[in-house]
Design a protein around this ligand. Structure first.
Ligand code: NAD
Ligand code: UDP
Length: 313
């Protein structure tokens, strides 16, 4: 058994990580300030002597008593609406918060995994994106607060590895979806599902020809667990290479929801990336990891979850 600290553990991905590690017999300490997450996301895990939720802002200070084997640093607003509303918090958690999470790992001699993002590639000019691509990011555009915070977090993680010998890893996570996303968090899939289930117009940005490659949460969590359990430093792309146009994604969700909704076209956000697709060769070769759940199956499971939580929709 090992002892795992998950920052941002009450969020969408963090809650799945907490659940997975507790189910595998480990002890989990979940640190979260509930900025964009909620204790309800982990309420089903406890009470358990192997799970503890501690309200903590990781930009203040991080203290965890006792031994720690693994720190998973997932705290950060992640949806464009959230980080556009919370620009300073996003920059702080990616910078100061990352120093603190790394400091915890250093002090405890723990492995450290940073939740970085495909956004480090910005609006990419190389397609699909391998880890060797440096990216195409506008630091002073609206998304800069998130993209640059994550790029900084990657640089700090590497500095702690090279200078202080901390066993760090960088996961570059591509668009992931599944149960426990907030229906109103503004990201495409929860938005489309909420709109389709309500029979409201489904809002597609621009002409919907921009692409995303979407990964079901269980696959992503398996990738993070594999990376955490390895000695790979990364960066490691984790995502499902299944690429589709946003308009096709909207139509697919409408069909799977058996909804009368129509598509409406709304203005495209500034600096919205035109294409995005992970090159997952490295994760396949070094971790033996491949996403296994077809996107349609993932969408069906997510829609079922939203249907069984009508109070959220
Ligand atoms: P989320 O908003 O659901 O979860 C983030 C969690 O971090 C929330 O519970 C929030 O309350 C917490 N948090 C924020 N600031 C904090 C602070 N200062 N102290 C303590 N807790 C804090 O988002 P998510 O989709 O679960 O994303 C989790 C991580 O994965 C983020 O770092 C995000 O950048 C990264 N990521 C997610 C995706 C995706 O598709 N979901 C893609 C790429 C990267
Ligand atoms: N999008 C959309 N309608 C919505 C929400 C998002 O067309 O209601 C588009 C958005 O402009 C982007 C894509 O869907 O092109 C994915 O957006 P999301 O916010 O999910 O993630 P991103 O990859 O941009 O971080």
């Amino acid at each position: 058994m090992s002892r795992v600290v998950v920052t941002g553990g009450a969020g969408f991905l963090g809650s799945h990580l907490c659940e997975t590690y507790v189910a595998a017999g480990h002890e989990v300490v979940c640190l979260d300030n509930f900025l964009t997450g909620t204790p309800e996301n982990v309420a089903h895990i406890g009470p358990s002597d192997r799970f503890r939720l501690v309200r903590t802002d990781v930009t203040d200070y991080v203290h965890v008593g006792g031994p720690v084997d693994l720190v998973l640093h997932f705290a950060s607003p992640a949806s464009p609406i959230d980080y556009l509303n919370l620009p300073i918090e996003t920059l702080k958690v990616g910078s100061v918060g990352t120093f603190h999470a790394l400091g915890l790992a250093r002090h405890k001699g723990a492995r450290f995994v940073l939740a970085s993002t495909s956004e480090v590639y910005g609006d990419p000019q190389v397609h699909p994106q391998p880890e060797t691509y440096w990216g195409h990011v506008n630091p002073v555009g609206p998304r800069g607060v998130y993209d640059e915070a994550k790029r900084f977090a990657e640089a700090v993680s590497l500095a702690y590895r090279q200078t202080l010998g901390v066993d760090t890893a960088i996961a570059r996570i591509f668009n992931t979806f599944g149960p426990r996303m907030r229906p109103n968090d503004g990201r495409a899939i929860p938005n489309f599902i909420r709109q389709a289930l309500r029979g409201e117009p489904v809002t597609v940005a621009g002409d919907g020809s921009q692409t995303r490659s979407v990964c079901y949460v269980d696959d992503l969590i398996a990738g993070v667990v594999a990376l955490a359990g390895s000695s790979e430093p990364g960066p490691m792309n984790l995502g499902n290479p299944h690429e589709l146009a946003v308009l096709d994604l909207a139509r697919w969700v409408i069909e799977l929801c058996d909804s009368p909704s129509e598509v409406v076209f709304v203005p495209r956000p500034v600096d919205d990336p035109s294409v995005r697709q992970p090159d997952t060769t490295r994760a396949a070769e070094r971790l033996g990891w491949h996403p296994a759940i077809p996107v349609e199956e993932g969408l069906r499971r997510t829609i079922d979850w939203f249907r069984t939580h009508p109070e959220l929709v």
